[in-house]
Design a protein around this ligand. Structure first.
Ligand SMILES: *[C@@H]1O[C@H](CO)[C@@H](O)[C@H](O)[C@H]1NC(C)=O
Ligand SMILES: *[C@@H]1O[C@H](CO)[C@@H](O)[C@H](O)[C@H]1NC(C)=O
Length: 356
């Protein structure tokens, strides 16, 4: 058993924090994370199915590479907390996480999530190790609020945040390859992490009875979309690491996707806090590795500081199954050649659309 009694109550507290004065954290974990001893690290590596890379680490990184790694670390630390909580819920038979036979193979699922929880610890320890080696500030775990309370919703959310991560890690590789630093080693390292997270995602999709591989080319976005999405699960004020990343990565106001579209041309309903106008804003979609697709918005209704509106999701135009990102941008009739051009004009986003 991985969990002590004191950890259990702290985990429950951390996930139900609303207005407590001093939110508590599940860290450090009983296995020593985020600062395991050498023996504890050996045990994490055993459960993860392999070790941290043992080659030399970079001793110099560009500011762009440091900011990129700090954002990745922020996400890896969240994933450690998430899968720790999920594993705890499953192993303690929490309501909603019972995994009744024969619908679920509970032992297999526990093996899978145990591997993931330990693998994520090594991702997080590895990235912080690189930051440390280069004399850059490391990122500590924060407190989080998870908007799920049953197994299938938890796996569905894991699928979505892994999609978002898979969308931004290739951009991190681009940074390492083009920022003028000597960071080509990180391109290959990140490549192995992308493949690893994609293996996880095939499992999350299979559990939901989705085809394991969503599309031929997965959707890319960028750091601002990924960070905005991540910030929603971080307890405000609990996270110096998020404050640090905020200095280099801007975030957007939330764009809520109200309806759940299918795999065909369809009208999607959106809502935002604030006012929008059909002659001042439009929706841009990022899907697969295609150029961004721009569509007008219509049926705009504003009331009490909130707005709702609609826009076509032209899925039949070559959209990818799995993740599509919607962004409400300022201006109309723009042409976008990349997700970073979209990010520059984005006011509200990312609208998260998952097409089965
Ligand atoms: C674990 O269960 C608690 C209590 O229901 C819940 O708040 C939390 O979101 C769950 N965690 C996960 C990852 O499903
Ligand atoms: C889907 O919508 C696009 C954009 O409006 C349109 O060009 C295309 O003909 C539509 N396809 C189908 C199958 O309805």
């Amino acid at each position: 058993m991985l969990f002590t009694t004191s950890f259990l109550s702290l985990a429950v507290l951390a996930s139900t924090i609303t207005a407590a004065p001093a939110p508590s954290s599940p860290f450090p974990l009983p296995d020593g994370y985020p600062s395991p001893s050498p023996n504890q690290l050996k045990q994490i590596e055993k459960l993860a199915g392999g070790s941290l890379p043992n080659g030399p680490l970079p001793t110099k990184l560009t500011p762009a590479a440091i900011a990129t790694l700090q954002l990745i670390e922020l996400n890896e630390a969240f994933e450690v907390a998430y899968f720790t909580s999920l594993l705890h819920n499953i192993t303690s038979h929490a309501p909603g996480y019972e995994l009744p036979y024969p619908k679920y193979d509970r032992d297999f699922i526990i093996d899978a999530i145990t591997a993931v929880q330990n693998q994520e610890q090594l991702h997080a320890l590895g990235i912080n190790g690189i930051l440390k080696s280069a004399g850059a500030e490391q990122i500590a775990p924060c407190e989080y609020k998870f908007p799920v309370s049953d197994f299938l919703s938890a796996i569905t959310l894991a699928n979505t945040f892994t999609d978002v991560v898979l969308g931004v890690l290739p951009q991190a590789q681009t940074v390492f390859g083009s920022d003028g630093g000597d960071e080509t080693g990180l391109v290959a390292l990140l490549g192995s992490v992308i493949a690893q997270e994609a293996e996880q995602n095939g499992f999350y999709r299979t559990v939901q009875h989705k085809v394991p591989s969503a599309a031929p080319f997965l959707t890319g976005e960028g750091p601002s979309f990924a960070f905005t999405f991540l910030k929603a699960v971080i307890v405000p004020g609990s996270c110096p690491g998020a404050d640090l990343v905020s200095k280099s990565v801007p975030t957007f106001k939330p764009l809520t996707v109200v309806s759940k579209p299918g795999d065909r041309n369809e009208t999607v309903k959106y809502s935002v806090e604030g006012s929008v106008a059909a002659d001042k804003n439009e929706i841009v979609y990022l899907s697969g590795q295609n150029l961004p697709v721009v569509v007008p918005i219509y049926n705009v209704k504003s009331d009490d500081g909130k707005s709702t509106f609609e826009a076509l999701l032209p899925f039949d135009e070559g959209f990818a199954k799995g993740l599509t990102i919607a962004a409400l941008v300022k201006g109309t009739d723009a042409k976008f050649m990349s997700s970073s051009q979209v990010a520059e004009k984005t006011v509200y986003g990312p609208g998260i659309i998952e097409i089965d």
